[in-house]
Design a protein around this ligand. Structure first.
Ligand code: MLC
Ligand code: AMP
Length: 509
């Protein structure tokens, strides 16, 4: 009964014949959920969504704490033929307003504690139904579920939309990346095979479930492999260490590995693990080497994006080369081109990384001109990352053409923060940069020029941004300066600022 829904059929196939096996164990209380129980909950949620008026292609926007019910809401949305739109729990009401107005979902699901603040915003955006879901899986979404459900999955083809994930834009306006059923299913199948996932695997799941990494890379791959997970509310180094003897795989951002290296029981705990995967931000070669010397395991680093899912990976068998992101995944082409002319560059030369394959998204939601800028007619997506292939064919990422900061695995587009700072009273102009940070990899720092004769305090800027910007986007430090360095064309020299402020005043860990 799932077969006619392309993605749901794939996700269900991994556990076929083993429906009563464990899908998840909750770290908090040790309770277990089987595949059958998980899919039944997803079906009941699909029934609630349909009852609420959700039809094929409608968007279901969700800002909910991490829970198994929130995951069942993802699969339930797919079963209902709709498009899942997860939102970071750190987003402020002002940020949520943008997404709701842009995506015009049929239903918005939020935490009951935020209902009072978010309901007027959702109503203003014309959303007919607002449902609630808390961290324990309770709320009107659960209350409305029928006791029994025999939900028949709504038919969907490989090229129909399954999800829209927003990624920030260089102009400050977030873009909704449209991902199809094929994008998600094909990537999960490739990862299952490349990383040799089987039904015996147990993943430690400590990532958030509103991004590609924790949702699609982790959960889709598990479901398609029929593997299980230890499900945690979030990152906690001690909880992860204590779970390792009962697990086989960990997926994390580099900050996970940096923090775990601070735990003295790591070496013993890691011994029985099969695989450690890192991605979403560059893993320092030093962290890779330190991990190997402490645990004996070489972290497997891979490279992906919201628009494409996973593109390259270090090999499962064979050398996992520190500081590189490995080889193109089977079925995906990853080429290096001249950023000016778009021509292919030979091995060894640094250029723009472009990607083509069944994993590459369909375009940006209602932004045809942005889609045309980044997705070529021949199917190659211009990633905005810069890299080269070394002599052994490993892809090395050396920088970005896009002005982007990645802090603890979260993307921050400086333009979005600069626009808000520039609007504040007493501000003449600003530049937002990323500086090295021992825990988050990069930290957001703002350099601000006051209007003449204005006394501007760094604290005022930080507190003014408090209510409007998600916490991780807020500058960890603000510097007030007389002028910004500019080149002869008048462009702010962010490289000069980065040098100046990362050495003079390094933010605390
Ligand atoms: C939290 N803070 C951050 C932050 N996370 N600041 C900057 N960057 C971050 N990533 C803030 C908190 O609000 C808090 O502020 C202070 O920093 C310290 O928080 P903490 O308690 O140390 O943070 P913690 O809750 O432990 O979270 C850190 C983290 C988390 C690394 C575990 O950020 C995380 O789970 N990151 C993963 C992101 C992710 O999944 N990315 C995948 C994107 S998909 P204060 O001042 O209020 O105390 C993608 C594609 C791909 O990129 O390739 O995978
Ligand atoms: P996002 O838009 O959140 O999906 O972030 C995607 C970006 O994260 C990519 O374009 C890269 O810049 C970066 N990224 C992901 N994985 C890696 C990695 N292993 N090494 C370096 N950068 C990475």
């Amino acid at each position: 009964m799932y077969e006619q829904n392309y993605l749901a059929g794939h996700l269900r196939s991994g556990s076929a014949g083993r429906e009563n096996s464990r899908f998840a164990r909750l770290y908090d209380n040790g309770s277990e959920i089987s595949f059958a129980e998980f899919f039944h909950e997803a079906e009941r949620i699909a029934a609630v969504l349909q009852e609420a008026g959700v039809g094929p292609g409608d968007r279901v926007a969700v800002q909910a704490e991490k829970s198994i019910t929130a995951l069942a809401l993802y699969v339930g949305t797919i079963l209902a033929g709709a498009v899942f739109l997860p939102l970071n729990t750190a987003y402020t009401p002002a940020e949520i307003a943008y997404f709701l107005n842009d995506a015009t979902p049929a239903v918005f699901v939020c935490d009951p504690q935020r209902l009072e603040t978010l309901a007027p915003i959702a109503e203003k955006a014309g959303i007919a139904q607002i449902l609630t879901l808390d961290a324990d899986g309770q709320g009107t979404l659960t209350d409305r579920q029928p006791a029994q459900s025999s939900f028949t999955a709504v038919p969907r083809d490989a090229d129909d939309l399954a999800a829209i994930l927003y990624t920030s834009g260089t102009t400050g306006r977030s873009k909704g990346a449209m991902l199809t059923h094929r994008n998600l299913a094909s990537n999960a199948e490739v990862l299952r095979d490349y990383w040799q996932f089987t039904a015996d695997d147990v993943l430690i799941h400590a990532l958030p479930i509103f991004h590609v990494h924790g949702l699609f890379v982790a959960v889709n791959t598990l479901l398609i492999a029929g593997a299980s997970m230890i499900f945690m509310r979030g990152f906690d180094a001690q909880n992860i260490i204590s779970s390792m003897p009962n697990a086989t795989v960990l997926m994390g951002v580099p900050t996970f590995y940096v923090r775990l290296l601070g735990q003295n029981k790591l070496a013993d705990a890691a011994r029985s693990m099969r695989l450690f995967v890192s991605g979403s931000a560059p893993l320092l070669a030093a962290t890779h080497q330190q991990w190997q010397s402490v645990t004996g395991h070489a972290i497997l680093e891979r490279y992906g994006m919201t628009e494409t899912g996973m593109n390259t990976s270090n090999p499962y068998s064979g050398e996992r080369r520190a500081g590189t992101v490995g080889f193109p995944l089977p079925g995906t082409e990853v080429i290096i081109t001249d950023p000016q002319t778009g021509e292919w560059l030979p091995q060894g030369e640094t250029g723009s990384i472009e990607i083509r394959g069944p994993n590459v998204f369909k375009g940006y939601w209602q932004m045809p001109e942005k889609t045309a800028e980044e997705l070529r007619d021949n199917g190659f997506f211009i990633s905005g990352d810069l890299g080269f292939y070394d002599g052994a064919g490993y892809l090395n990422i050396v920088g970005r053409c896009k002005d982007l900061i990645i802090t603890g695995g979260y993307n921050v587009y400086p333009k979005e923060v600069e626009l808000l700072i520039d609007e504040l009273p007493g501000v003449n102009e600003s530049a937002v940069i990323g500086v090295p940070h021992p825990d988050f990899g990069e930290a957001v720092v703002a350099v601000v020029v006051p209007r003449s004769e204005t006394e501007l305090m760094a604290e005022d800027i930080i507190s003014a941004l408090g209510g409007v910007l998600a916490r991780y986007k807020q500058p960890k430090q603000v510097f007030i300066v007389d002028a910004l360095p500019r080149n002869t064309m008048g462009k702010v020299q962010k490289n000069v600022l980065r040098e100046q402020f990362s050495t003079v005043n390094r933010p605390p860990a």
